[in-house]
Design a protein around this ligand. Structure first.
Ligand SMILES: NC(=O)c1ccc[n+]([C@@H]2O[C@H](COP(=O)([O-])OP(=O)(O)OC[C@H]3O[C@@H](n4cnc5c(N)ncnc54)[C@H](OP(=O)(O)O)[C@@H]3O)[C@@H](O)[C@H]2O)c1
Length: 223
């Protein structure tokens, strides 16, 4: 894994809800953000929107997905699960030797409150399998609603970080801290099944309580 420019983060599908929320938080923390999209104009508009949300001079630009992936050492994936495999195959050459943070939850409509994992075990394991051993895949933020990210308020939900490589998990824990959230090392990538599955449970809880952003908090630890 190369970390020559760890201050630049590409967010593929960053024109969407979750990606924009993360772009906002990291831009606020001083990172250079590259928003990726299938459409350059859409990426540029999203970048302008994030700059407006932050309300101060920040470095955010918008480009096509493969260009974004090429220009950053840290690449974040925030696309709907139905396009997960397609996107991974598309960007595979661009992310070799890099850190890929997968935020994807394998939500399969219409049963969005039911845990439905892919044959690989989880979306993160699917990403690792498609991208290959030369890419450090770390899964994070799957339980954090975009509304919480965009609110700019303290978020009452922890971030569980999983991935095969401990050094990569540690790097992502620093990135989590810089969003203003509390992250915990949740172990190897196989454990991502629990975190991704939790999102379906949270969607069900949201429905029961008529809210949009329920979350999880780990208790019994000092922060
Ligand atoms: N929303 C949340 O609160 C939340 C919370 C935790 C995790 N997540 C996970 O984060 C991911 C993104 O969620 P989201 O709510 O941000 O999704 P979204 O807003 O519906 O979509 C995100 C972006 O994905 C891109 N996209 C759509 N169709 C595509 C295709 N065929 N190929 C490639 N890219 C495509 C679009 O970008 P362009 O049109 O610009 O290419 C879109 O702006 C999902 O896996 C979700 O489970 C979401």
């Amino acid at each position: 894994m190369t970390t020559s420019n760890p201050k630049t983060i590409a967010i593929l599908g960053g024109t969407g809800k979750e990606g924009k929320g993360l772009a906002y938080r990291w831009a606020l923390a001083g990172y250079t953000i590259i928003i990726g999209s299938r459409t350059t104009d859409k990426a540029i508009s999203a970048a302008e929107e994030v700059i407006g949300l932050v309300g101060k001079k920040v470095h955010v630009k918008g480009v096509e997905n493969t260009i974004a992936a090429r220009e950053a050492e840290i690449v974040v994936l925030t696309v709907p699960y139905s396009f997960h495999r397609e996107m991974l195959e598309f960007i595979r050459p661009e992310v070799q030797g890099k850190l890929v943070i997968d935020v994807t939850v394998p939500i399969v409509p219409p049963k969005v409150t039911k845990v439905q994992m892919p044959p690989e075990g989880s979306a993160a394991q699917q990403a690792q399998s498609i991208l290959g051993e030369n890419v450090k895949v770390v899964a994070a933020f799957q339980n954090i609603s975009y509304e919480n990210l965009l609110s700019g308020e303290t978020v009452d939900c922890d971030v569980l970080v999983t991935g095969t490589d401990k050094e990569a998990r540690t790097l992502v824990l620093d990135l989590v801290k810089d969003t203003g959230l509390f992250g915990l090392d949740a172990g190897p990538i196989e454990n991502s099944v629990v975190v991704e599955g939790m999102t379906s449970i949270l969607i069900g809880i949201n429905k029961q309580f008529g809210v949009h952003a329920s979350g999880i908090r780990i208790t019994g630890i000092s922060r």
